[in-house]
Write a protein that binds this ligand. Structure first.
Ligand code: AHG
Ligand code: MN
Ligand code: MN
Length: 323
């Protein structure tokens, strides 16, 4: 296979030098974060800080370091208007009132409870554009995103990108400072026999989710007539990457414990970028009933229920909710 670098790919696919530069800056942040994650034990960066993020969750040293690397890498881009980070309370305006410039929403380190046990973590981002009218809002529905992606820091580091029409994956080179196209045109199988949900929350689920999962677990003997396998990594990036490679359904539903907040996962920098990727790969992404990409955000850290993955399973749950 002829190797194509991320830069060569961007020059071929994008045709907008400022956007290419911005994505290249994000990719650089990701390989730097990958190195930080791999060196965390020896640099004394495991464990937890005394700080909490805007959602009241304890911050790990690497959550903060990854946020700094991400924002420092992006902020000198003249194309950037604002940053929205999981770790920062308010929108960070860099070039205010700048129609046509970009907003990057990001989760610098996703699944960070996995860090101390050396399991996969990742980074997630979405790029949107300030409306030509220059309204100046950084909050746009997922349907209006320009580009989304994630980096998975697993056995290898993979950078996955979409502009909405296809999904391509790039592996970090052995030198650790460049990405090379390795997973062209990723697509999610329509049918699956694998689900991902945190089953310890079963007592909080609504009847529809309970029935859906119970039917899966009954396997060949139940109404589904086929066995299902389960995986839950506690890192959405890792779960979504698995679904992109071999199919599956991922659920973090609204339940009786998280309902007041609207769910657990954050719309702007977790749900929407993943929804854009999943739809571009032929899957579906909903809050159980409606497409995630159609939700109009009201605040930077807004939460939502998330059900995404193989089309047939996501549709099955949506139909169950509708009836
Ligand atoms: P983050 O580490 O950025 O806070 O995100 C963790 C998220 C997501 O990646 C994962 O699917 C989910 O939280 C795990 O939640 P549980 O601990 O409830 O399983
Ligand atoms: Mn996250
Ligand atoms: Mn995070």
């Amino acid at each position: 296979m002829k190797e194509e670098s991320l830069q060569a790919y961007l020059a071929r696919e994008v045709g907008d030098a400022t956007l290419e530069d911005l994505i290249d800056r994000i990719a650089s942040a990701c390989w730097k974060i990958s190195n930080l994650v791999r060196g965390a034990a020896l640099s004394g960066n495991l464990g937890t800080t005394a700080e909490v993020n805007p959602q009241g969750e304890a911050q790990k040293p690497l959550d903060l370091l990854a946020d700094t690397v991400f924002s420092q890498s992006c902020r000198d881009s003249s194309a950037l208007a604002a940053l929205i980070s999981e770790e920062i309370e308010t929108v960070t305006w860099l070039r205010e009132g700048t129609a046509g410039r970009y907003v990057v929403s990001y989760d610098p380190l996703d699944g960070s409870s996995n860090l101390d046990v050396d399991l996969s973590v990742g980074s997630v981002f979405a790029i949107s554009r300030i409306a030509p009218a220059g309204v100046g809002t950084a909050l746009v529905p997922g349907r209006d995103l320009v580009c989304s992606g994630y980096a998975l820091y697993g056995p290898s580091t993979i950078f996955v990108l979409t502009f909405g029409n296809r999904v391509d994956g790039f592996s970090l080179s052995n030198d650790g400072d460049s990405f090379v196209l390795s997973h062209p045109n990723m697509s999610i199988p329509v049918e699956t026999q694998e689900f991902a949900i945190n089953v310890s929350r079963l007592r909080f689920w609504d009847e529809t989710v309970r029935t859906y999962i119970a039917d899966c677990i009954e396997g060949a003997e139940g109404v589904r007539g086929k066995p299902f396998n389960m995986r839950w990594t506690a890192s959405m990036v890792a779960d979504v990457h698995r679904i992109l490679v071999r199919g599956g359904i991922f659920l973090y539903p609204k339940d009786s414990e998280n309902a007041a907040e609207g769910g657990k996962l954050r719309l702007l920098y977790e749900a929407n970028p993943m929804a854009m990727i999943v739809e571009a790969a032929g899957g579906l992404a909903t809050d159980g009933q409606r497409p995630l990409l159609d939700i109009v955000p009201q605040s930077p850290h807004q939460r939502t229920a998330v059900v995404l993955g193989s089309r047939s399973e996501v549709e099955r749950l949506a139909k169950a909710y509708a009836s």
